[in-house]
Design a binder for this molecule. Structure first.
Ligand SMILES: Cc1cc2nc3c(=O)[nH]c(=O)nc-3n(C[C@H](O)[C@H](O)[C@H](O)COP(=O)(O)O)c2cc1C
Length: 170
């Protein structure tokens, strides 16, 4: 189990394409009933409105969505390769059916009302700034919409300001 030290986003030495697209993350949000987490591999980090931000995309059928809508903050947690199986599980089973956090044996770390996990090697604590559904008519390449949204279940985009970067310390 890790303790965390806070570092500045500018101290991050990660490749975002590898970090999010290949290593994957757990997107976690909480309400007064508890927290839910799901695996994501689409999203980004960048700069918007003069702030360091995260972009995350959640389909409407995800159990995590109402938590994301309710919460003022959300987190992205990143793990080392030994957690790949747990991330696969959190990306295939719904929190509607199982308590994924308990089943994975994760230890909850609370940070400013947000939830991340002590087992993570890195966590981004984000304050929600902007929420918008992707729209069919906004795709400039209709193939992308066809290939990704056969069910017309367009992602809801969440943009969050990175308030804290928590790096594991041994
Ligand atoms: C590698 C991987 C990446 C995923 N990326 C996303 C994503 O970016 N957005 C999304 O809505 N679902 C994504 N999913 C699917 C959700 O993680 C999955 O449907 C999960 O079971 C939802 O859990 P929930 O119902 O508890 O929210 C991904 C799944 C995997 C395995």
């Amino acid at each position: 189990m890790n303790g965390f030290q806070e570092i500045s986003p500018l101290q991050l030495q990660e490749n975002p394409f590898d970090l999010i697209g290949r290593q994957w993350a757990l997107l976690t949000a909480a309400d007064e009933t508890g927290a839910n987490t799901m695996t994501i591999s689409w999203g980004g980090v960048g700069v918007l409105w003069g702030k360091q931000v995260v972009f995350a995309f959640v389909r409407p059928q995800r159990h995590t969505l109402p938590f994301m809508e309710h919460a003022g903050r959300f987190t992205l947690s990143f793990f080392d390769e030994s957690y790949r199986e747990k991330l696969s599980y959190c990306g295939t089973v719904s929190g509607r059916d199982e308590d994924k956090i308990a089943k994975c044996g994760f230890t909850v770390h609370q940070e400013d009302g947000a939830v991340c996990f002590h087992e993570a090697r890195l966590a981004l604590v984000c304050r929600k700034l902007y929420v918008q559904d992707l729209k069919e008519e906004c795709f400039t390449d209709p193939k992308v919409a066809l290939q990704n949204y056969a069910e017309k279940d367009y992602h809801r985009m969440f943009i969050g300001e990175i308030e804290k970067v928590l790096k594991a310390v041994d």
